[in-house]
Design a protein around this ligand. Sequence first.
Ligand SMILES: Nc1ncnc2c1ncn2[C@@H]1O[C@H](COP(=O)(O)OP(=O)(O)OP(=O)(O)O)[C@@H](O)[C@H]1O
Ligand SMILES: [Mg+2]
Length: 169
Amino acid sequence: MNDVTRWSLPDEVATRAWGAALARGMQPGLKIFLAGDLGAGKTSLSRALIQALGHAGPVKSPTYALVEVYVISSLYLYHFDFYRFESPEEFVDAGFGEHFNETSVCLVEWPERAEGCLPPPDLRLYLHHAADGGRELEAVADTERGQACLNATISAGGVAACCVAPAPR
Ligand SMILES: Nc1ncnc2c1ncn2[C@@H]1O[C@H](COP(=O)(O)OP(=O)(O)OP(=O)(O)O)[C@@H](O)[C@H]1O
Ligand SMILES: [Mg+2]
């Protein structure tokens, strides 16, 4: 737990493959934070995950609605985007905390905009723009549940990590 695992994602196809592999690690109660710059690929990865879980319709970015909800085989998946929050307290005011429970999966883009009000994550994903125009992904599991999710993602194949390093303290 708490190691940083890194991947190089040279194009959107690679981002989507990673998101689809993440579907193998889904279990109720998971909280996944997706951080990274504007346009880093957070929604692309989420979309591939939600579609790999079996959702056949469109997967919109939640940037304007703040949250999109998917019910997939009785699993409630909440896809949040807090980019537009002006203060973290908006999370509390909106009553979003109730969705973070043992029966749902919560995916959160821009979690830093609700820092201090969000429940702690099981898995943190960071996407960065790479020099070659692609993206780099870093994953850190903070709980056993997050580590199990990451292990299942890696075992799903097609997402070989480039390296694993201890997280900086
Ligand atoms: N590995 C990749 N290499 C190059 N382009 C990518 C990669 N992954 C995704 N993209 C592209 O990045 C663009 C932005 O993606 P996306 O909307 O998912 O970003 P985002 O992180 O959700 O942005 P925002 O912060 O605005 O929510 C899309 O055009 C997508 O095709
Ligand atoms: Mg997005």
